[in-house]
Design a protein around this ligand. Sequence first.
Ligand SMILES: [Zn+2]
Length: 300
Amino acid sequence: MVLPSDDTEVTYPRGDTRSSGRVLHREPHGEGRQAVLLDVTAAHPVDSAWPDQGPDRGTLTVGEAVLDLLDCVVGATDGSALFVGADVPVRKGTPGWAFVAVHVVDASTPVEEGEEVQVEVDEAHRIALSVGHTACHLASLALNAALADDWTKPVAPDALGRPDFDALAISTSTITPDGSVDRYRVGKSLRKKGFAPARLDGAPDAVAATIGSTLAGWVAGEAAARIEAEGPRLTDRRYWTTELDGRPVSIACGGTHAAALSELRATSVTLELEPADGALTLTMRTSARLPLTPPDAPRP
Ligand SMILES: [Zn+2]
């Protein structure tokens, strides 16, 4: 059994949805499934260390066989064994470890090491996640902007120079098709850092309306956006970059994104606050597309 010694080369950051690669390794992966490692892939794997953007859907074509991509997960190997998802025992960048995209497919079609494989990603699903991910970044910056006056002490700034509520309070972030759900914890430690939650707690709808209009303004600006990568490998640092209010913005991000802010449509943001043992849980739901089916037209 030979496991790769290099990180997988990934082409999804530049927007690719198709790739040709070679099988470097395959092994059984649970009942009726196999894990396939390729030298290069266009399929975005979910990263269990920060699973905000889920796996791409799509297919692997091996010879005549077309296999559904059942899952795509970040894994790692030290050359002796393959660890997948939450079982990866080390952080990215640990010497002697390669981080890889693990393609999970049905095991009934044998896949051989060295075989050529075509990866084809479900484009509609990818676009929806990319739009959702861009909306998520914009909404978090707009949230920081809306809460910028509610800090009594200086804290680390965000990409636009405002107090980074998002980074300091986030507990989970989930990219959905055409949107995102971000959960924040507003507790003692955030208050100690100088955050005054009174306005957020007292008038969340007003704060949400401010976020919504900031977001709509940025989308109307139609700025281009792109991923800047320090290299082609899975763990090379990548940054989502755009321009907002005339300022360059750069945010570290491993996901996929819309190529222009104008791809977002009908943005909306809601905020929900719930008490949670002495703290508050804030849920921000962001949506960035018209529903696929228009509302019923008025009947004659
Ligand atoms: Zn991101």
